[in-house]
Ligand binder design. Structure first.
Ligand code: SAH
Length: 213
């Protein structure tokens, strides 16, 4: 089967799994996931599974990417902060649906690869930063939306504080093996939390890795 045929099957699968937002589905249809996975795994790019990328990290399962994107309820004009660029796939999907994506990664090597993908797809509305995303991006805050693609042990208050009024954050919270995806909505000084589903993410790690990785 061609990438196209696999892709159509995946989109139908996502629809069956409850992804009803057509804008989200067409964003996933437009972004070539095969560019973001290791070359040796390209044939599996449209399987509904997470895949390993370098530095022991993973590109999330398409269902999770679609689900988190749908939960953000993007209207098209937002500035979105992403923590954990990884392969860059989630950022590329978001870039189809909002005005600007600001994404932070702690591995230099992963960030450089993701930047190469953004460049080749001419995604000029993604701004990248090497750093500890747990601190957010105070110089650019507040953000209309925040998406965290690594699991925090406890609800990251520093990030919630960088949400704009009425803003939404989706974040996996909990220790390895017991994580839930949480949606936080800011209303003034109140942060309303909703539990969405059980998930498996790599951990959110503090600081930068040693060396030049
Ligand atoms: N959104 C990514 C998922 C990558 S996995 C994708 O679409 O491929 C999570 C990523 O979060 C990893 O690359 C990991 O290095 C990164 N990460 C973990 N802790 C981080 C932190 N404190 N700051 C920035 N990135 C972090």
């Amino acid at each position: 089967m061609s990438y196209e045929a696999h892709k159509i099957r995946l989109i139908m699968d996502l629809r069956r799994q409850g992804i009803t937002d057509n804008r989200v589905l067409s964003a996933l249809e437009r972004v070539p996931r095969e560019l973001f996975v290791p070359e040796a795994m390209r044939s599996e790019a449209y399987e509904n599974m997470p895949l390993p990328i370098s530095q022991g990290q993973t590109i999330s399962q398409p269902f999770i990417v679609a689900y988190m994107t749908q939960a953000l309820r993007l209207g098209g004009r937002e500035r979105v902060l992403e923590i954990g660029t990884g392969s860059g796939y989630q950022a590329a999907v978001l870039a189809q649906l909002c005005r600007r994506v600001c994404t932070i990664e702690r591995y230099r090597t992963l960030l450089a690869q993701a930047e190469g993908c953004f460049e080749s797809l001419k995604l000029h509305n993604i701004t990248t930063r090497l750093g500890d995303g747990g601190k957010g991006w105070p110089e650019l805050a507040p953000f209309a939306r925040i998406i965290v693609t690594a699991a925090a042990l406890v609800m990251p208050a520093t990030l919630a504080d960088q949400l704009d009024e009425g803003g939404i954050m989706v974040v996996p919270v909990g220790p390895s093996g017991n994580q839930t995806l949480i949606k936080v909505t800011r209303q003034g000084d109140n942060f309303i939390e909703e539990t969405l589903l059980d998930v498996r993410f790599v951990p959110l790690v503090e600081g930068l890795p040693p060396g030049r990785a």
